[in-house]
Design a protein around this ligand. Structure first.
Ligand code: DGL
Length: 214
């Protein structure tokens, strides 16, 4: 089995690591777009164009499935990619608003994601569908992907966002960008048990199994 993983940058490696753990016999190949990362502050047309060009090596590698390990690309481009490549199976990643809404006791959840994800129609619809009775806090993480790429994101960046979420009484924090998977432990440390962190690694593996009937 061959699983292709695409992200604008190093977020894809975090997802690939988890897939390699869950599917040790699979060949997991990754593609990123280091030249154009970050995508999160670009406009949708540009993201679609860049993602389409960047996934070409995966499309020609006969992948059983391509995991779009990027919330930003899923939010704005997955429908276009599915329409353009109908014979290729894709799995997209979206901020986990539905599970967060059932987990929350305060009725306040926080979504950490890129500006393009937060501005997307797909994300807005998912909030309308699953979080209409909740308050959704969207802290400013707009420079996080860039800082994580260059290994410059530090604890004070994390503390600022965590403090905003906790001050708003959010009890579930969604990691809505795969770059942030690399700082999951630091975020959890900063949360100190005051809120739960949700991220999609397990859900992606479940979806791979379903889609490929494993
Ligand atoms: N890792 C990507 C995501 O999950 C986006 C990072 C970026 O290119 O801005 O949204």
């Amino acid at each position: 089995m061959r699983i292709g993983v695409f992200d604008s940058g190093i977020g894809g490696e975090a997802v690939a690591e988890s897939l390699r753990h869950d599917f040790p016999a699979a060949e997991v190949i990754t593609v990123s777009d280091r030249e154009h990362v970050p995508y999160g502050d670009r406009d949708p047309g540009e993201i679609i164009h860049l993602a389409d060009a960047a996934i070409q090596p995966l499309l020609s590698s006969d992948c059983d499935v391509i995991v779009v390990a990027c919330n930003t690309v899923t939010a704005v481009a997955i429908e276009t990619l599915r329409t353009k490549y109908p014979n290729q199976k894709f799995i997209g990643l979206e901020p986990m608003v539905k599970p967060a809404s059932t987990l929350s006791k305060t009725g306040i959840i926080a979504v950490c994601a890129t500006p393009a994800t937060l501005a997307s129609k797909r994300y807005t619809q998912s909030k309308q569908l699953y979080a209409s009775g909740l308050t959704v806090v969207e802290p400013d993480c707009s420079n996080w992907a860039r800082l994580i790429e260059s290994n410059e994101l530090n604890r004070s960046h994390i503390d600022t966002v965590v403090e905003e979420c906790l001050a708003a009484n959010a009890d579930v924090i969604i990691l809505g960008c795969t770059h942030y998977h690399w700082i999951k432990e630091e975020i959890e440390e900063a949360l100190a048990g005051h809120a739960v962190l949700v991220e999609p690694s397990e859900a992606i593996s479940r979806r791979v199994k379903e889609l490929l009937s494993l």
